[in-house]
Design a protein around this ligand. Structure first.
Ligand code: PLP
Length: 460
């Protein structure tokens, strides 16, 4: 395999060479820049060569409050009861344990209570009265589905919305994608998610004809009568290419669940903590789910996930059926408490909504280039997809990859660049900076992206 190298990046290139030797390539998603990140703060990364990168990914929508925020970190330390400095006088110090398997720590109870209050007391949160912890998004999805399926063993079938992404492991993988993927789990059936209907921000206000979607649902219901017990959807298709549906579609899914007593699971692993403009997508979309799955930004960088939902459904699982080494680990709980404190005590979303308008306008302007086809995203939120189209003998995917690379290189050498991930759905570049990005930072980063597109255009 050829390593990725960039001119003038001696240290980074050496690390990229090492990577090929030391790690399985499958654990990493392909990104043409393959940025080597030595340090990070706020919305910035720095390469070992000192090149500054505006992080337009938030580490795949995790660092919502930015990288290494001082006040979050102080709170996190305090919750762990860690000392300011480490003494040599004794071998151990007394603090919150870093493992608590089958023990009950006060910090776990505090985090559970605070998270339930934080989610339940918002419009649409009334069903969220218990929590089930996990260490990653896909684990939490799996646990949510286990609990939902255990409620009524005579209804083992799951409806999932087509081209969703819920994770790569176990049942999370089973409800990801579509029936076209190989070796599908026979318990899972897929229904259409609006894509053409929300292909671009310009279609946001368009009415959507729900009849075909309703028809599909009823056909499936008749075909598998009494066997479907649960429905899972993302609020918007994230990994599937950033499709943000009209509210009425999701509300129609929920109404169907209520009508037939299906458990309605909303996967907010990506959308939680502000991405859609409100704290949770169930508020943005006017929903009242039976379970909401949280992850990514929940610990602002500490690996933690959770399912919030109806205790009567969770109680279908017995002791141990959803236990594992890391769930509700005190480190996870401390990170969640620090995140909740930050969102409760600072107005993160107000200023974000202003910067959101500016970024969106800049993205729409990119449509003047012949290789940019669509912009999709959340109004007042902080997540968009930029879709590339075929042009001048290059496919949309090739343009998308070039854009990621040109964004990284910026104006060359150690001039600042913009860090982006490899394209979603082959041709969509996701734009998802930390929520705390300022107008000035956004303006500088957008200027880099515009110059990148300009260079790409003039080179064809
Ligand atoms: C909506 C959604 N659900 C679930 C997952 C899986 O989370 P994890 O990668 O933590 O397993 C992701 C990850 O990208 C996601 O975007």
């Amino acid at each position: 395999m050829q390593p990725i190298h960039h001119l003038g990046e001696e240290i980074s290139n050496a690390r990229r060479d090492q990577l090929i030797q030391l790690e399985a390539r499958s654990q990493r998603t392909f990104t043409p820049s393959q940025a080597v990140i030595a340090r990070s703060a706020g919305v910035f990364h720095w390469t070992p060569e000192g090149k500054k990168l505006f992080d337009f990914t938030s580490g795949v929508l995790v660092a919502n409050l930015g990288h290494n925020p001082n006040s979050w970190m102080r709170r996190f330390y305090r919750y762990m009861n860690w000392p300011e400095s480490f003494s040599n006088a004794s071998s151990f110090f007394e603090a919150v344990p870093m493992t608590a398997y089958n023990g009950v720590t006060p910090i776990e109870m505090e985090a559970s209570q605070r998270l339930i209050e934080f989610t339940k007391n918002r419009p649409g949160g009334s069903r969220l009265n218990q929590v089930m912890w996990a260490a990653s998004g896909s684990e939490a999805i799996q646990k949510a589905l286990w609990a939902a399926m255990a409620r009524d063993k005579n209804r083992p079938m799951i409806l999932a919305t087509r081209f969703g992404f819920h994770g790569k492991k176990g049942l999370a993988n089973a409800v990801t994608g579509s029936e076209q993927d190989s070796e599908r789990d026979p318990r899972v059936r897929f229904i259409s998610f609006p894509m053409q209907e929300c292909a671009d921000v310009s279609k946001r206000e368009d009415e959507i004809d729900l009849r075909p979607f309703r028809h599909e649902l009823h056909e499936l219901w008749d075909q598998f009568d009494h066997k479907i017990g649960v429905m899972i959807t993302e609020p918007y298709l994230g990994g599937g290419g950033s499709y943000h549906p009209q509210k009425s579609y999701l509300q129609m899914l929920q109404a169907f669940c209520h009508q037939h007593d299906l458990i309605f699971i909303l996967d907010e692993v990506q959308s939680n903590f502000g991405r859609t403009g409100k704290m949770f997508a169930y508020e943005t979309y006017g929903l009242e789910p039976d379970m909401v799955v949280l992850g990514k930004g929940l610990g602002n960088g500490v690996p933690v996930a959770a399912v919030l939902g109806r205790g009567d459904i969770f109680s279908s699982l017995q002791y141990g059926e959803a236990s594992d080494t890391w769930s509700a680990n005190p480190l996870n709980c401390a990170s969640v408490l620090a995140t909740l404190d930050e969102f409760e005590e600072r107005d993160v979303l107000g200023p974000m909504q202003e910067v959101s308008k500016f970024i969106e306008a800049g993205l729409i302007e990119l449509k003047k280039f012949p290789f940019v086809e669509h912009v999709r995203g959340e109004q007042g939120g902080m997540v968009w997809g930029l879709e590339f189209r075929p042009h001048a003998n290059l496919s949309g995917g090739e343009w998308a990859n070039r854009f990621v690379l040109e964004g990284y290189l910026g104006d060359g050498g150690t001039t600042p660049g913009v860090h982006l991930l490899g394209p979603l759905a082959k041709k969509v570049v996701r734009i998802s900076p930390p929520l705390v990005i300022t107008q000035e930072e956004a303006s500088n980063a957008m200027a880099i992206l515009h110059r990148a597109a300009q260079r790409m255009n003039s080179e064809t």
